[in-house]
Design a protein around this ligand. Structure first.
Ligand code: PEP
Ligand code: MG
Length: 875
């Protein structure tokens, strides 16, 4: 027998999600539980995939099977398509494996033509209802199947209302509805050069095809990308007998949740409207009633509904979101699914369901999306104010949180304004490390360029600052003190608001509320910690960030980016002196200035971490990032260094590289300037010795990490610098100190030769930002410019800098982990690229058997939960 592409609801069950989609599987499950579900059938996701494989054609084989199931549906319901006595009307709805609310298309009232409308009018005794359903169907069909503009239909409705001298849709009578049907058909014919299809089978086949097509509409593709849903899943299509909530006063329709989706309170929550169709509840023209009031309208329907809600929640062991319709006083269930909820609600529901004995703690852990926890850690916009605000542009949701402030264009302005007591949003074309202080004091950061691993994004996440990056529609005129977007000008000092969780930017002030962390949060995280195998470290460059990460549960630091420390105060001067030095003596002098400052930085971090492991990565970025670009700053530095502006300019020009991220950076700097490595080693070792003296109980064991290594000889060369310096400092100090030297794996060559590197490296940390950049050959700063075209072409489905490319980059990680362990079985393996805070990447790290993931402080709770889920799922 060939593949079965169609299933009656009664043939399926909840475990068949992959094939029947979420909606289809749950309709099947409710049917088999004996709940009142209108009959129907589901066309599988495999049929959708076949539709695309066949060049966007529903094959004859599948068409025949649909016809066979239509006949079964007719037999079940005793109704017939297009029948003049007892016509069958159906809804045709999408339903993917994962719920994608509102992303794909739905058509209601399908099966109506002139004959059927007349029959319904007569049988229901309600001609207005019959022709209202008919005109709604034409409207939906024209929009969804034929792509005609909705606007024209609304205009026609307005014209008829004007002719009749009425204002409200509800005042349109049966004849008006007939007029609408006629005019809609005329418009349809004029636009498409064909008449509106009268054959219900033709209507249905076209509608099914439109649902398949809607799997690849723009919003569905976008939704899939941000929710990690592969395009290969496809959507199922549900064809279901219509029941009508708008046939009279004993009819109605509504939506309800078994618990409150905003707070998690264990109380039925929902709304309904009598004499209405589903879209009326959503449209907001009439104010729906609270679900409790259904009691007053129909006690039997209400009690039956409450009973079903209880059963569904127990059955699915999760809070349910349901749609129902009442036709002639009789209740029908149209949908149930796990309800979306706020993070607060998610935690409360998870904890209370454990207390109620409904689920165990593993099930509770699986119920909360790790990413959601984030909203508990940052301030948020007031929900009501946000609803009223207008989006002026959208960029990448680079670092979550909400910030409102007055526009400033430079980091200095930000500092000055904040000192005056103002709140600011820093708007930049792109940020450079020099901006860090300005970023730290801003309510939010908005950049025109840059992707998810751009400097602005990485630094903002590290600080827990709200940031939207890559808002490419903004036309910057920073020098003149304004920017333009959507034809409007926003000047320095104007209020804007930035939502780092959605990427939305608003042209106005929106009040924020501080994040609330309830007791459930802690309890829940304890369950996660008991369950996870991966350790969670953090990427932190300052004692403040380190302390924050510890409060969020970090067990160590996986990456200290030492370069970030160089931008504070006098350090930038000293490093500039080092870069500009033309003699060994000058270099030495500059390094001697830097060493105690670095040592103090490291002591601060060791103190903040109270003995937890800390991996310090040596200087990484190309040196041009440290030199000034602004002519005034260049003049100042020249003066300070006692050289001419021209000489300095020559040095700066000499640092120019065509592709600096693939240039003179990482351990390559230590090969050229071994003094840097010596200075950093001395600073780390002295810091550890000092902290151990103050806190012998902590026993700090430095972990020195060398960046961008690609060859064993290179590693040996740089390691020798480190070891000689470290041993000398230790010997001079007269105390004992253990320390480890390891390498980052961020050049594909390092992954390929990991067995060799492991001879000398005591640990590996996968720097997946650079490893992704170099494996794809995509610049991590610019790929955002063309990746959208890759998404459209469905070559890549999401940003490999945000979500680890397990297929390609992951293969290198797996290989390197295996090779490394072969040489050194106890080698410690971690990841410190941005992927260390991404749940699907964390799952991969668990499967590969890494020891830890390291991520920015505000992602630590997310990583703890994701690691627990990985342990549960992969058990
Ligand atoms: C990396 O490349 O993944 C990494 C952590 O280093 P950086 O982002 O500082 O280059
Ligand atoms: Mg790197």
């Amino acid at each position: 027998m060939g593949t079965k592409y169609v299933y009656l609801f009664k043939e399926g069950n909840a475990n068949m999600r992959e094939l029947l989609g979420g909606k289809g599987a749950n309709l099947a499950e409710m049917s088999s539980l004996g709940m009142p579900v209108p009959n129907g059938f589901t066309i599988t996701t495999e049929a959708c995939n076949k539709y695309y494989d066949d060049g966007e054609k529903i094959s004859d084989e599948i068409k025949a099977e649909i016809m066979e199931y239509l006949a079964k549906l007719e037999a079940e319901t005793g109704k017939k398509f297009g029948d003049a006595q007892n016509p069958l009307l159906v809804s045709v709805r999408s339903g993917a494996r994962a719920s994608m609310p509102g992303m794909m298309d739905t058509i209601l009232n399908l099966g109506i033509n002139d004959v059927v409308a007349a029959t319904i009018a007569e049988k229901s005794g309600n001609p207005r209802f019959a022709y209202d359903s008919y005109r709604r169907f034409i409207q939906m069909f024209a929009d969804v199947v034929k792509g005609l503009s909705k606007k024209r239909f609304e205009e026609i409705i307005d014209e008829v209302k004007a002719e009749r001298g009425i204002k409200d849709d509800l005042e349109l009578n049966a004849d008006d509805m007939k007029t609408l049907v006629a005019r809609f058909k005329e418009f349809y014919q004029a636009e498409l050069g064909q008449s509106f299809p009268t054959d219900p089978v033709e209507q249905m086949m076209e509608a099914i095809e439109a649902v398949f097509k809607s799997w690849n509409n723009e919003r569905a593709i976008y939704y899939r990308r941000i929710n990690d849903i592969p395009s290969s899943w496809g959507t199922a299509v549900n064809v279901q007998m219509m029941v009508f909530g708008n046939m009279g006063d004993d009819c109605g329709t509504g939506v309800a949740f078994t618990r409150n989706p905003a707070t998690g309170e264990n109380k039925l929550f929902g709304e309904f409207l009598m004499n209405a169709q589903g879209e009326d509840v959503v449209a907001g023209v009439r104010t729906p009633k609270k679900i409790d009031q259904l009691k007053e309208v129909s006690e039997t329907a209400y009690e039956q509904f409450v009973d079903i809600c209880g059963k569904l929640e127990k059955h699915y062991k999760n809070m349910q979101d349901m749609e129902f319709t009442i036709e002639g006083g009789k209740l029908f269930m149209l949908q149930t699914r796990n309800g979306k909820r706020t993070a607060q609600a998610a935690l409360r529901i998870a904890c209370e369901m454990v207390d109620e004995g409904l689920i165990n703690s593993d099930e509770a852990l699986m119920m909360v999306e790790p990413q959601q926890l984030d909203s508990l850690l940052h301030p948020m916009f007031e929900a009501d104010a946000l609803k009223k605000a207008t989006v002026i542009t959208t960029g990448l949701a680079a670092s979550p949180g909400a910030g409102s402030g007055q526009i400033v264009f430079t980091a200095n302005e930000a500092k000055e304004e904040v000192e005056q007591g103002k709140k600011v949003v820093l708007v930049r074309l792109e940020t450079s490390p020099e901006d860090i202080e300005g970023m730290a004091v801003s309510e939010a950061i908005l950049t025109v360029r840059g992707g998810m691993t751009s400097h602005a994004a990485v630094v903002a996440r590290g600080m827990g600052a709200c940031c939207v990056s890559g808002a490419g529609d903004i036309e910057m005129h920073a020098e003149e003190g304004y920017f333009v977007v959507g034809g409007k000008t926003y000047k320095r000092g104007d209020w804007i608001s930035v939502d780092g969780s959605t990427g939305n930017v608003y042209g106005e002030k929106i009040p924020t509320v501080p994040a609330e962390i309830s007791g459930n949060f802690e309890r829940f995280m304890e369950w996660a910690d008991e369950r996870r195998v991966l350790q969670i470290r953090t990427n932190a460059d300052t004692p403040k960030d380190a302390a924050q990460a510890v409060r969020f549960g970090a067990e160590g630091i996986g990456l200290v980016r030492t370069e970030h420390m160089f931008f504070e105060g006098d350090k930038i001067k000293a490093i500039r002196e080092m870069i500009v030095a033309s003699t060994d003596e000058q270099m030495e002098e500059a390094l001697n200035k830097l060493e105690p400052m670095q040592q103090a930085d490291f002591e601060g971090i060791y103190e903040a971490m109270e003995g937890r492991p800390v991996t310090i990565r040596f200087l990484d970025p190309p040196l041009h990032e440290f030199v000034p670009q602004d002519p005034d700053d260049i003049a100042d530095l020249a003066k300070e260094m006692n050289i001419s502006v021209d000489e300095l300019q020559n040095i700066i020009d000499g640092l120019h590289e065509v592709n600096p991220m693939m240039g003179h950076r990482g351990s390559r700097l230590d090969i050229s300037y071994p003094g840097i490595g010596r200075m950093q080693t001395a600073a780390v070792i002295k810091a550890a010795i000092n902290v151990n003296k103050r806190h012998p109980e902590w026993n700090v064991v430095p972990e020195i990490m060398l960046p961008l290594i690609g060859d064993l000889k290179e590693l040996k060369y740089v390691k020798k610098i480190v070891v000689e310096t470290a041993n000398k400092v230790i010997a001079e100090s007269g105390v004992e100190l253990a320390y480890h030297v390891g390498t980052m794996i961020e050049v594909p060559r390092a992954a390929l030769l990991a067995d060799e590197l492991a001879e000398d490296a005591e640990f590996f940390s996968f720097g997946t930002n650079d490893l992704t950049q170099l494996t794809f050959g995509f610049s991590r700063d610019d790929a955002g410019k063309f990746l959208p075209e890759y998404y459209d072409a469905k070559v890549y489905e999401n940003d490999p800098f945000a979500r680890l490319d397990q297929h390609g980059v992951g293969k290198l990680i797996k290989l390197a982990a295996e090779l490394g362990r072969k040489t050194r079985p106890d080698i410690k393996l971690g990841i410190c690229g941005e992927h260390g805070g991404d749940p699907s990447s964390i799952d991969f790290c668990h499967r590969v058997g890494l020891n830890y993931v390291s991520c920015s402080p505000y992602r630590v709770p997310i990583a703890r939960l994701a690691a627990a889920q990985a342990a549960i799922v992969n058990e």
